[in-house]
Design a protein around this ligand. Structure first.
Ligand code: ZN
Length: 216
């Protein structure tokens, strides 16, 4: 079974990847966790909510079939950040499912900052047995569901540039922001997100206040 879970940043992909690895491990199954360009900058899968696990860092020259065959017995692979793998490596994941009885759970972004599919994600859409959109409370600043990642450079939304640029680190002038389709297309980053030197605001995660309840 080849499954692809996709969604924007912060939608809980890495958290689900770690949870899935835990669940399979508890069943006595043996797996490998793979990642590429994790937010920690290390060969780890780390989630926004503070979970983390050592992982195999995928590099372009790596043959994933060979990687699995170098182990005694592998029942499943958790492939985080699969959007950054090569197309050939996605083919290798399908080979592992079909020829080696390995279950593959891939997680990643569907599209880049221009809302164009990553080549690896496109191949996953084409080959996966099952595709699942994750939508875990990532909201645009306007409150609509966040669907697309915007790249923000110097407070402006970028429309051109390299497909993969690591951002959201102290050393990087690039950050990423999740927007709804409407505001991604319009290039509107919302108030207080850097344009004109405004302060960065964190949207409250609580639901809007309802009127005080009257005693029964
Ligand atoms: Zn919006």
């Amino acid at each position: 079974m080849l499954k692809f879970y996709f969604g924007p940043m912060d939608c809980g992909k890495s958290t689900l990847a770690l949870q899935m690895n835990y669940n399979h491990g508890r069943q006595g199954r043996r797996g490998l966790v793979l990642t590429k360009h994790d937010r920690s900058g290390e060969p780890r899968v780390t989630s926004r909510i503070g979970l983390g696990l050592e992982a195999v860092e995928v590099v372009d020259s790596m043959d994933l079939v060979e990687l699995v065959r170098g182990h005694d017995r592998i029942d499943y692979l958790i492939c985080d950040e699969a959007c950054f793998y090569t197309v050939e490596q996605i083919e290798q994941l399908a080979d592992l499912v079909d020829g080696h009885g390995v279950d593959v759970y891939a997680f990643g972004l569907a599209s880049d900052f221009r809302s164009v599919l990553f080549p690896a994600s496109r191949r996953l859409f084409e080959l996966a047995d099952e595709v699942c959109r994750l939508q875990v409370e990532v909201l645009c600043w306007c409150g609509r569901p966040g669907q697309l990642n915007a790249r923000v450079v110097g407070g402006e939304m970028a429309r051109t540039g390299e497909q993969v640029v690591i951002g959201d680190t102290d050393a990087s002038p690039v950050r990423y922001q999740v927007l709804c389709r409407r505001h991604h297309r319009a290039g509107l980053l919302g108030e207080g997100t850097g344009v004109g030197g405004g302060t960065v605001q964190t949207a409250p995660q609580t639901a809007p206040q309802t009127a005080p309840q009257t005693a029964q």
